[in-house]
Design a protein around this ligand. Structure first.
Ligand SMILES: [Zn+2]
Ligand SMILES: [Zn+2]
Length: 387
């Protein structure tokens, strides 16, 4: 089968690799029809992780079931399914509590938890930027889609990661109806956090970024764009909230946060949120941070440590929730919102491409080229976006 293979920093290529296949009775084999390039793929693409050369990326996957193992009861051949980026078992101590983001059995390293397809340090699972994907514990991991699965494919594929992850940011922050919310990062996850806050009935949603194409997308769903290359985002949020600060804040940037001039500072967005969120407010941090970052700007960053303004955070009595999203906690409910036309997360999709165009798309997305807001790949044939 064809797959996008990591060759080294900023180098990927489409290669013929061994077909994914059923390896255990509980496996499901999926023919991938849609798979996304994600911002977290870029950390690996840029060589900022220990992702192995020769492996395949791709953790935002949707497709058609082509084969099921003998121990699979629910999922049937021919069904369209969306796969949570978390690979989880359903029976470990964490999965039992719904924390499939910290599965203990699909992650083979001792003293580690959590697994994902095609992801550095998250188990041996191959990615889905390929023609076929092996899904372990298929009955547990497959989210089945309805008759509109093909029509709304670019919406449903967002259930694999970014829509639940954006929603999770608002859950960690504690967003409830009427809240004012500031979101740092207007990339795909930040935009999904803005959509989620809107769905939850936030009174005011503010999104901080500096890329005009992304800020425009935030504005399209009624959020207030804040261009931090032009204004001080903290000052702006305070002005918008009678000097009090926003009720809730979401961090959707992560450890490669940098100022408009490109100077990296992993503490930048978190410390800005501590200032922009009110006393006793909540912060949800879903942007990726890592325990080691050999490519970090200084010794502290290399150790994965962040100069977090804990003094002010504590003094203001804020809460801070962190970590990857347990996709299964939300994906059914968000699927049903899409089915009912109450959410259309595909509004951020800028490019629908074939697998062969993947390497080129990585370059554009990594360069944050204008207009490349979200790339969707169709490894088994595709149609261009109509508009
Ligand atoms: Zn992702
Ligand atoms: Zn588990």
């Amino acid at each position: 089968m064809k797959a996008i293979v990591y060759d080294g920093p900023r180098q990927v290529s489409v290669k013929d690799v061994a077909d994914a296949k059923i390896e255990r009775p509980t496996d499901v084999l999926v023919r991938i029809t849609t798979t996304n390039i994600c911002g977290s793929d870029l950390h690996m693409y840029e060589g900022r992780t220990d992702f192995e050369t020769g492996r395949t990326f791709g953790h935002e996957n949707l497709g058609e079931v082509v084969e099921v193992g003998k121990g699979v009861d629910k999922v049937k051949v021919g069904e369209r399914v969306c796969l949570p980026f978390n690979v989880s078992c359903g029976f470990c101590k964490n999965c039992e509590r719904g924390l499939t983001n910290y599965c203990l059995t699909t992650q083979p390293e001792p003293n580690m938890a959590g697994a994902a397809y095609g992801f550095a340090d998250m188990g041996p699972w191959q990615g889905g930027q390929a023609e076929l994907l092996r899904v372990p514990y298929g009955d547990h991991n497959c989210l089945r889609l309805g008759e509109d699965a093909v029509d709304k494919e670019t919406d449903y594929v967002m259930l694999a990661d970014i829509f639940p992850t954006g929603y999770h940011a608002t859950e960690l922050a504690g967003v409830i109806p009427g809240d004012s919310v500031v979101i740092y990062g207007s990339g795909p996850v930040g935009l999904m956090a803005a959509l989620s806050a809107t769905i939850k009935g936030a009174s005011k949603v503010m999104v901080v970024d500096r890329h005009p194409d992304r800020l425009r997308l935030a504005e399209e769903i009624g959020a207030i764009p804040i261009d931090d290359s032009k204004v001080d985002p903290v000052e702006f949020v305070l002005e918008q909230t009678m000097g009090l600060g926003a009720d809730r804040g979401c961090e959707c940037v992560g450890y490669q946060a940098h100022d408009p001039q490109g100077n990296e500072d992993p503490s930048m967005t978190l410390n800005s949120l501590v200032k922009a969120v009110r006393f006793t407010g909540g912060i949800g941090a879903v942007g990726v941070f890592v325990p080691q970052d050999p490519g970090g700007v200084d010794d502290m960053a290399k150790r994965g440590e962040v100069a977090f303004d804990y003094g002010l955070h504590w003094f203001k009595g804020q809460t801070l929730g962190t970590g990857q999203c347990p996709v299964k906690k939300y994906n059914r409910r968000l699927r049903d919102l899409i089915a009912a036309d109450k959410a259309k997360p595909s509004w951020i999709v800028s490019h629908e491409l074939g697998l062969d165009e993947g390497p080129d798309a990585y370059q554009h997305f990594d360069s944050r080229d204008d207009g490349w807001t979200k790339v969707v790949l169709h490894p088994n044939g595709f149609h261009k976006k109509a508009s």
